[in-house]
Design a protein around this ligand. Sequence first.
Ligand SMILES: NC(=O)c1ccc[n+]([C@@H]2O[C@H](COP(=O)([O-])OP(=O)(O)OC[C@H]3O[C@@H](n4cnc5c(N)ncnc54)[C@H](OP(=O)(O)O)[C@@H]3O)[C@@H](O)[C@H]2O)c1
Length: 249
Amino acid sequence: MTNKVALVTGSSRGIGRAAAIRLAKAGYDIVINYARSKSKAMETAQEIEKLGRKTLVVKANVGDVEKVKNMFGEIAEVFGRLDVFVNNAASGVLRPVMELEENHWNWTMNINSKALLFCAQEAAKLMEKNDGGKIVSVSSIGSIRYLENYTLVGVSKAALEALTRYLAVELAQKNIVVNAVSGGAIDTEALQHFPNREQLLEDARKNTPAGRMVQIEDMVNTIMFLISEEASMIRGQTIIVDGGRSLLV
Ligand SMILES: NC(=O)c1ccc[n+]([C@@H]2O[C@H](COP(=O)([O-])OP(=O)(O)OC[C@H]3O[C@@H](n4cnc5c(N)ncnc54)[C@H](OP(=O)(O)O)[C@@H]3O)[C@@H](O)[C@H]2O)c1
């Protein structure tokens, strides 16, 4: 019996890093993926190795299908299996509608939407060798409601959520469970790119019915639930983790 293996895309920082560490604590060997932050990816790997788990660190832009295929080739070579895939990496151009250009669309859609399809195809090929697996994507509330400057990321996350439903149906025959977790504003480095960061944080602090902002660990808790056997009859869903914020205007 080889150890179970989890891939978390974008695990050099933020939610992906925390998910990778939690999965390692749960006993998985971890594939850490990043695009630019090599030293942070290596730090995540060191922390996981201290827990006694194996790591593989792969630099790959998930918006590039060739890079994705190479990454899964490495996973197959090093571990020979994959049990969990957390589709977490994201990027995007944050601008008003009238300032958006074609290359902004392509950049955002490739990393946030296209990556899920081609990573899921490769993940499924590895997962079916061991009788199945779990796929969880990370989405955001901007997929279903207006957020200033968020058009492209919101549209890309809506595509990700739709794709989650299609994958859930067609991969069920391979015993692969597919879902997504959608978060409200969380104070990670991602928010530093928002021109209206302070306003977003203030809104989340003041107007979240649960009485506090969503934390990284709230997202990770839900990811861990969705990969558990207890959640195996939840298919193609996007679970909103926002403390009730999106229920209000
Ligand atoms: N923060 C929020 O308020 C919030 C709310 C809801 C949902 N989310 C979602 O949560 C997920 C993680 O966000 P976060 O807040 O943790 O962001 P973050 O701190 O900015 O981290 C983003 C991660 O994605 C990686 N990444 C970016 N582009 C990539 C690419 N092309 N290929 C591979 N990896 C790439 C980054 O790696 P490098 O550093 O190497 O580039 C980094 O590890 C995203 O899907 C985001 O949309 C965030």
